[in-house]
Write a protein that binds this ligand. Structure first.
Ligand code: DON
Length: 577
C-alpha cells in the first residue's frame, strides 16, 4: 500500500537504524498521522490472500479487496464480520493485538482490554484470601473494558484506503440478514451454555441458534450501525456505551467513564533475527512474542542436540519441553502490562541470555521443576508502573491479528440491547500470586490486578520478513498454547522443511512448567504410544487437552502467497486475484 506522507517515514528510518543497532527490539512510529493513502504503487505479490476463522470472513475480505481496499481494510472488515459470524471468539466486546507490516515497516497495535477503574487487586479473593472459583470467568465481574472497536478504528484511520463505512458494511449485513450456523459453533454454544447456566443472560441471545439455520442479530446490527455512523464513539460514547454501563449496574464494574477513556496504544513490536528471517511479533502486555523468540532461539542454540532428532520422537519432545520450562518460568515472573511494570524485554530476548538458558537444558532427563527459576534473578521487576486471522495484500502489506473474549463466548454476558458478547479477560490477571488461571498459568505481582491495567496475554500475532519482504504471517488462539503452537509450526516449516499444510496439520504438544513434567497432547493427532511410554519412563506425565489452536498462516515464497487454515477449525484460506 502506497503511503503519501513520506516525510513521516524518513524520521522513522532513523529510529529504525537506532533500533537495529541494538538488534533486539524493533521500532514503531508513535506519532499518529492519519491521512488516507492512494493506490499508485506497483503490485508486489501475485495476489492478495487471507487465512481466517470462517467462510464469511473470507467473503468479506474478497469484497474489500475487490473494492480496492488494502490488508488493513480487509483485516478491520474481517474483525467486525467475525464479531457476528464467529460469536464464540470474534468480537467487539473483547480486545487484541495487531501486528502490521506496511510499506516495509513494522507496527504493533495494542487494543487489549483494561481493568475497570474500580477494579482492585484482591477483587476475586474471599475473606480468607482464597480465589473465588469462576468469578473471573463468568458474569459481569469478569469483564474487562473492551478495546476492539478502538483498535479497529485506530488501524483503519491510520492505514486504510477505504471509507470506514465500507469496512463495517459486510458485518452489518450478516447481523441484519443473518448467516447460516455451523455445527462447530453449536457444539461450542452448548458447552458454553452449561458453564453460564443461571449466571448470565447468554441463553436469551444465543439459545435459539440452530445448526444449518439462519441466525440474525438485530441488536448487534444496530450497534454496528452506530459504530459505522460515528466511528469509535459509536461504541465508547452515546447509546452503546450507556447500554453497556446500564447492563453492568448492580452486577459489574464497567462505567460510562471506563468506556469513554479507553484508548488503544501503538507500541514497539518485538523484533528479532532468526534463521535468516526478521521475526516481528507481540511485545508486552503479551508474553507471546518474548516466549516465541526465546523458543526459536533456544532451539537454534541447541542445534547440536536437535540435529538428526526426528519430529515427535521422545527425545524431540523432551528437548522442547526443557526449553518450554525455562520460557514459562520467565513468563510467570517478569511479564505484565508495560504501562505498570518495567518489563525487561531487551534482557529477556538478548542472545547471550537465551544462550545461557539453553545451556541449562538437560538433554537426558527432565530438569527438576523447582530448580527451573526465572533466569534474570528472582527479584520482582522494577515497579513503574481469541481468533486469529492473517492477511496480505497485493502491495506486499501484511496484517497478523489475534483478538479475543478469552473463553468461548467470553463472560457469557451480552450487554442488553447491544448484542455485544462481553469478554472474561479479567481471568488473564493473576488473581493471587502462584494460583493458576483458566490456562493453568501462574503470575506474579507484575500481572496483579490494578485499575486501567491490561492483563497479561499470550496472543502472538507474528510476521516474518526476509530482505524487507513479508515471508510469513501467522497466529492462533489457544491461551498459553499460542506461542508454543506458532513455534512448532515455524520450526516445522523452516527447520524440517515441511510444506505449510503439513506443518500446520502436524501433531502439536505443549508443556508449561506447571503442572510439573506434564505434557499436554491433543485428540486431533495423538502421539505414538511408544513415544508416550518412553517419555513416561523418563518421568513425564501426559494430559489430554481439548483444544490445541487454530493456526491461520500465509507463507509467501518470492511473490506468491500461500494461505493455510488449520484443519482443527472451520477456517478458510483464500487467494484473491
Ligand atoms: O490473551 C490471552 O492469552 C488469552 N485470553 C487468549 C484466549 C484464547 O486464546 C482462547 N482460545 N482458545
Amino acid at each position: 500500500m502506497p503511503l503519501k506522507q513520506e516525510h513521516r517515514f524518513r524520521s522513522l528510518a532513523l529510529t529504525a537504524v537506532a533500533a537495529a543497532a541494538f538488534s533486539v527490539v524493533g521500532f514503531v512510529e508513535s506519532t499518529p498521522a492519519y491521512a488516507k493513502t492512494s493506490d499508485t504503487q506497483p503490485q508486489a505479490l501475485t495476489a492478495s490472500a487471507v487465512a481466517v476463522a470462517d467462510k464469511y470472513a473470507a467473503d468479506t475480505a474478497e469484497q474489500i479487496f475487490r473494492q480496492g481496499g488494502n490488508a488493513v481494510d480487509a483485516a478491520v472488515a474481517i474483525a467486525f464480520t467475525l464479531a457476528v459470524t464467529y460469536p464464540e471468539a470474534g468480537n467487539i466486546g473483547g480486545g487484541g493485538f495487531m501486528t502490521l507490516y506496511v510499506d516495509h515497516r513494522p507496527y504493533f497495535l495494542d487494543y487489549r482490554e483494561r481493568a475497570p477503574m474500580s477494579a482492585t487487586r484482591n477483587m476475586y479473593l474471599d475473606d480468607k484470601g482464597e480465589v473465588i472459583k469462576g468469578m473471573s470467568l463468568y458474569g459481569h465481574r469478569a469483564v474487562g473494558v473492551p478495546g476492539t472497536v478502538d483498535g479497529m478504528w485506530e488501524a483503519q484511520k491510520r492505514f486504510g484506503k477505504l471509507k470506514w463505512k465500507q469496512v463495517l458494511a459486510p458485518a452489518i449485513k450478516y447481523a441484519e440478514n443473518g448467516f447460516v450456523v455451523d455445527d462447530q459453533l453449536i457444539e461450542r454454544r452448548d458447552r458454553a451454555a452449561k458453564d453460564f447456566a443461571g449466571k448470565t443472560n447468554f441463553d436469551l441471545y444465543f439459545g435459539s441458534m440452530k445448526a444449518g439455520q439462519t441466525f440474525k442479530q438485530p441488536d448487534l446490527a444496530d450497534t454496528l450501525q452506530r459504530i459505522s455512523d460515528k466511528g469509535a464513539k459509536g461504541f465508547y460514547q452515546g447509546k452503546t456505551a450507556d447500554l453497556i454501563a446500564t447492563s453492568m449496574t448492580g452486577h459489574g464494574l464497567i462505567t460510562a467513564r471506563d468506556l469513554k477513556e479507553y484508548k488503544a496504544v501503538w507500541r514497539q513490536p518485538v523484533v528479532a533475527s532468526w534463521n535468516g528471517y526478521r521475526v516481528i511479533t507481540a511485545p508486552p502486555p503479551s508474553s507471546g512474542g518474548i516466549g516465541l523468540v526465546q523458543l526459536l532461539k533456544m532451539k537454534a542454540d541447541l542445534k547440536d542436540k536437535f540435529d538428526g532428532v526426528p519430529l515427535d520422537s521422545a527425545q524431540y519432545i523432551h528437548l522442547v519441553a526443557e526449553i518450554e520450562k525455562r520460557v514459562f518460568a520467565d513468563r510467570a515472573q517478569y511479564l505484565g502490562d508495560p504501562d505498570f511494570y518495567k518489563v525487561p524485554v531487551a534482557q529477556l530476548i538478548d542472545d547471550d541470555y537465551i544462550l545461557k538458558r539453553a545451556q541449562e537444558v538437560n538433554p537426558e532427563t527432565p530438569s527438576d521443576t523447582k530448580s527451573v527459576q526465572p533466569g534474570l534473578g528472582t527479584s520482582m521487576p522494577e515497579k513503574a508502573e481469541t481468533t486469529h486471522f492473517s492477511v496480505v495484500d497485493k502491495w506486499g502489506n501484511a496484517v497478523s491479528n489475534t483478538y479475543t473474549i478469552n473463553g468461548y463466548f467470553g463472560s457469557g454476558v451480552i450487554a442488553e440491547g447491544t448484542g455485544v458478547v462481553l469478554n472474561d479477560e479479567m481471568d488473564d490477571f493473576s488473581a493471587k500470586p502462584g494460583v493458576a488461571n483458566m490456562f493453568g498459568v501462574v503470575g506474579s505481582d507484575a500481572n496483579a490486578i490494578a485499575p486501567r491495567k491490561r492483563p497479561l496475554s499470550s496472543m502472538t500475532p507474528t510476521i516474518l520478513t526476509k530482505d524487507d519482504k513479508v515471508a510469513m504471517v501467522i497466529g492462533t488462539p489457544g491461551g498459553s498454547r499460542i506461542f508454543t503452537s506458532i513455534f512448532q509450526v515455524l520450526s516445522n516449516v523452516y527447520d524440517f522443511q515441511m510444506p505449510l499444510a503439513e506443518a500446520v496439520g502436524a501433531t502439536r504438544f505443549h508443556h508449561q512448567l506447571l503442572p510439573p513434567n506434564t505434557i499436554f497432547q491433543e485428540p486431533f493427532h495423538q502421539l505414538d504410544p511408544d513415544v508416550v511410554k518412553q517419555l513416561e519412563d523418563k518421568g513425564y506425565k501426559f494430559s489430554m487437552q481439548g483444544f490445541n489452536g487454530d493456526i491461520q498462516a500465509i507463507r509467501i515464497d518470492d511473490t506468491t502467497p500461500q494461505p493455510m487454515s488449520d484443519p482443527r477449525g472451520r477456517g478458510v484460506s483464500r487467494v484473491i486475484q
